[in-house]
Structure formats: structure tokens, C-alpha cells
Write a protein of this length. Structure first.
Length: 302
């Protein structure tokens, strides 16, 4: 029997913010909210992985964060001065915070009529998922934080070689966007599970067609750069937690995953050799079984 898959839908989650989302699996299954990272649309949660999770008994919800894909685009450009101040740790004003993005996720649960859900996030999405668990621990049944960090600047740093690929180019047509994406994913992808260039190009074209916003990505960058260190607060969490990190991650050093697992009491740390800063299909079984294993540690919802 085919698993139910919804069309792309929209949910008002706060004043001026609507999220584009899609669901997979039986609505009576265990709710699982998937939160993507910087500039990433919901399509970066591969449909095959979503179907695997649905087959494991989850009602899967993937969505575009604000300023990504087909969700609401906010206003205001990030100036170079503000970006430099935030990058160097000086006070800087961000258009919004990771707390605001976490509130979006909780608002999506409200729209779906869900009192609580299992939550899994990648990179910035892991930061948002952690923030959701801190803001509303009763609403997060289990937490899976993938290739993410605690917000402490002394862990989870970027490799210096990524500075040029990340900053090169700004607004671009489809062809230029695809070329820039191929360069970036070649730099940050998993050396142990390489993606061929044709696959990278197809993914970049799909992303462009779904919707990209350079200004929106910069607003998300500011939310990341101005985030607090969640480490001390994470020690108060009593949520079943899995931390997954690649030992070859150049975008968020593996120290970020280690720090996250060390901060959350009882967290499981899963280090994957050869994994970089992406979700290679060869590891879908690893991710799906880890999320299911962690969810099974959670107490039944009240």
C-alpha cells in the first residue's frame, strides 16, 4: 500500500510568516518535524529518506524555514558592517533570531493540531531544534541534532578553506547558482560518500526552481551569528537526544557535535567516519534508524 504524501501546503505560524510544508505517512503515526539548515528548502530532506521514516511509523513533516524556499520572505538587507561585527563577536542587530525560527516550528505544530512531536534538525536546523526543546520541552518528544552545534564559538568552527566558496557570488541566474552550488557542495560534502556532479547539478536546479533568496540566507546567517551559547541551558533538558556528526565535516567541526552531546544528559553521540556536511543517501538507513531508536526512548505522550 502506497504511503500518503500531501501536496505542498501553507501554514500561518505568526504575524507575517507563513511556512510551506509537506507531509508523508499516516496522520496517526508518530509526528516527526524535520528542520533544514541554512538556506535549505524542504527538498533537501530527500523524499526517499522521508518515505523511509514514514514506513518506520512516523507522520513526517518537512518544511521551508522563513526566508527559504516558498515560505515567507522577510524584509531588510544585511549590511556588510553588521555581518562583520556579528562574525567577529561584536554586538550586532539581527532581523530575527533562532528563537523566532523555533517559534515558527512550534507554530507549525499548532497549525497541524499537534501538542508535541519528535524533532530532527540539520546544521542550523539542529540549532533550531535544540532551541525548540529549550523553549517548550513538553512539546518535543525526542531530539535529533545532526551536524550542528551549541552556539559556543569555540566549537563547531568552519574550515578556513570554505570562506571563499561561501562568499563568492551574490544574486545570480539559474546557471550561475548551479555552478556556485556545485563548487560549495564539492567542498563541504562527504568525502567517504561522494555525490557525483550530475547529482549535485540536479539538486541545485531543483533548489533554484523551488525558490532561493540571497537576502533571506543572509538574514538567516545573522540569526546564526548572534545566537547565544545554549550549552548551559541544554544541561537542563530531559528529552531523549541523538547527536549525529561526521568526522569529515568542514562546515561545522565535529567538536560542535561532541559539545552538544556532552551538554544534554543521556544524549547518544553517533560519529560517522567519512561524513561531511550533507546527508548522503548511503547513510539514510543510519539516520532513519537513529531517529526511530531515539523516538522509542521517549515516554508516551500524555
Amino acid at each position: 500500500m502506497a504511503l500518503p504524501v500531501s501536496d505542498l501546503l501553507r501554514a500561518p505560524v505568526s504575524t507575517g510568516v507563513e511556512l510551506c510544508y509537506q507531509t508523508f505517512g499516516d496522520p496517526d503515526g508518530d509526528p516527526l518535524l524535520l528542520v533544514m539548515g541554512l538556506g535549505g528548502p524542504l527538498t533537501w530532506w530527500d523524499e526517499e529518506l522521508c518515505r523511509m521514516l514514514a514506513a518506520d511509523g512516523f507522520h513526517v513533516v518537512r518544511f521551508d524555514n522563513r526566508d527559504a524556499g516558498r515560505s515567507s520572505r522577510l524584509r531588510g538587507r544585511v549590511g556588510q558592517g553588521a555581518l562583520v561585527r556579528a562574525f567577529t563577536g561584536l554586538p550586532a542587530r539581527a532581523p530575527y533570531s533562532l528563537e523566532d525560527m523555533a517559534a515558527d516550528g512550534l507554530g507549525l505544530l499548532d497549525h497541524l493540531g499537534l501538542d508535541s512531536a519528535h524533532v530532527a534538525g540539520v546544521s542550523m536546523g539542529g540549532m533550531i531544534a535544540q532551541t525548540m526543546a529549550l523553549a517548550a520541552p513538553r512539546r518535543v518528544r525526542s531530539l535529533t541534532s545532526i551536524m550542528s552545534s551549541t552556539g559556543r564559538r569555540t566549537v563547531g568552527w568552519q574550515h578556513p578553506s570554505l570562506l571563499l566558496p561561501m562568499l563568492s557570488g551574490s544574486r545570480a541566474d539559474k546557471a550561475a547558482y548551479v555552478e556556485r552550488s556545485v563548487r560549495l557542495w564539492s567542498a563541504i560534502g562527504s568525502p567517504g560518500y561522494p555525490m557525483d556532479e550530475a547529482e549535485m547539478r540536479a539538486r541545485a536546479e531543483e533548489t533554484y526552481e523551488h525558490g532561493v533568496s540571497q537576502d533571506g540566507t543572509m538574514r538567516q546567517v545573522m540569526a546564526i551569528l548572534t545566537q547565544p551559547d545554549r550549552g548551559p541551558r541544554l544541561r537542563s533538558l530531559r528529552v531523549p537526544t541523538l547527536v549525529v556528526h561526521g568526522t569529515a565535516d568542514k562546515m561545522v567541526h565535529v567538536s560542535g557535535g561532541r559539545a552538544t552531546a556532552a551538554a544534554v544528559p543521556g544524549a547518544e553521540l553517533l560519529l560517522v567516519d567519512g561524513m561531511g556536511h550533507d546527508l548522503p543517501s548511503a547513510l539514510f538507513d543510519t539516520y532513519a534508524s537513529g531517529i526511530r531508536r531515539t523516538a522509542d526512548r521517549a515516554a508516551p505522550p500524555a
